[in-house]
Design a protein around this ligand. Structure first.
Ligand SMILES: [Zn+2]
Length: 306
């Protein structure tokens, strides 16, 4: 674009020849401006207040006529307590150790599981309460939807246009829906070590949220159950060791220690021993049993020399 003008145009400026510049200076007195501002503010306040009053009356009208809102109110009353959001589940477990190496090797997850099992009753019931609220909320939502879809928008009032009525009704309905009770937890386990004379302090921690707590509790309970099952099995194995079986093994082994050959005649006390210990799942059957003297048996202890 080239400009044929009689005067220089600075770079970056364009000149519109059809445009005329007017500069009007309004010379009003400061007092008049203040009065105008006051009037504008007063009008604004008046309009706001009348709008608020009008909106309030409209809400009241919709509230009194809406079947959906009435039903929602009843439903909320029935569920309010059972879906109430509970406070964050908080607990912290702290242990102090007396050496740096113990601090470094300390098994925090295991400490967490153990601490949770020690407080099992309290934690399990608090977790259950929150899970129940979550389940109740599912039921609440289904019931609420059963009101929402057929009934919302079905009511009206002659003093209010139907689309306005529905808009207000919808807004009130949304605002009054009960909130989902999202369960929260913050369970902390910490290990601490302070060096002699308090020179240095160390601390490590592990934090579990609600889901981690829920699963951690189930895992800890499962581990404990499997341990007690193993214990029961061991008890059963030991009970299978009858006098009759003892005599059978003794006779089979020639009434001598299978390791050193000592017999009762040598002053040895003979025991019937599990070759694979019961604690390592050894069975109480002839193939897994041997005669040992007390001295050899003590030396063997629970170690399995295969
Ligand atoms: Zn022996």
């Amino acid at each position: 674009m080239s400009l044929q003008l009689g005067y220089p145009v600075p770079v970056g400026w364009s000149v519109d020849e059809g445009h005329k510049l007017h500069t009007e200076v309004q010379a009003s007195s400061p007092g008049a401006i203040d009065a105008v501002v006051v009037v504008v503010v007063l009008v604004a306040i008046f309009l706001t207040l009348s709008w608020a009053l009008f909106a309030f009356q409209r809400r009241q009208l919709v509230d009194s006529e809406s079947i959906a809102l009435k039903k929602l109110g009843e439903l909320n009353e029935g569920f309010r307590a059972s879906v109430a959001r509970r406070p964050t589940l908080k607990r912290s477990f702290t242990i102090s150790v007396n050496s740096k190496s113990r601090f470094v090797r300390f098994d925090l997850p295991k400490f967490m599981s153990g601490s949770i099992l020690e407080n099992e009753f309290w934690i399990a019931s608090e977790v259950e309460l929150r899970l129940t609220a979550t389940k109740q909320f599912v039921a609440y939502r289904l019931d609420r939807e059963a009101i929402e879809y057929p009934l919302l928008g079905s009511s009206s009032h002659p003093k209010l246009r139907q689309d306005r009525f529905v808009a207000v009704e919808r807004r009130l309905f949304d605002r009054r829906k009960l909130k989902e009770p999202i369960p929260k937890a913050r369970i902390t386990s910490a290990v601490k070590y302070t060096s002699p004379k308090g020179k240095n302090s160390y601390s490590r921690s592990l934090v579990w949220n609600f889901d981690q707590l829920r699963h951690g509790l189930l895992d800890a309970q499962a581990v404990r159950a499997s341990q007690s099952t193993a214990q029961a099995l061991r008890k059963r194995e030991r009970s299978l060791m009858t006098d009759r079986l003892r005599m059978t093994i003794l006779r089979r082994d020639g009434s001598r220690c299978k390791m050193c050959g000592a017999s009762a005649a040598d002053g040895a006390t003979l025991h019937i021993d599990h070759i694979i210990p019961v604690s390592l799942d050894g069975r109480t059957v002839a193939e897994n049993l041997q005669t040992l003297c007390a001295a050899c048996n003590m030396g063997k202890s629970n170690t399995f020399i295969g």
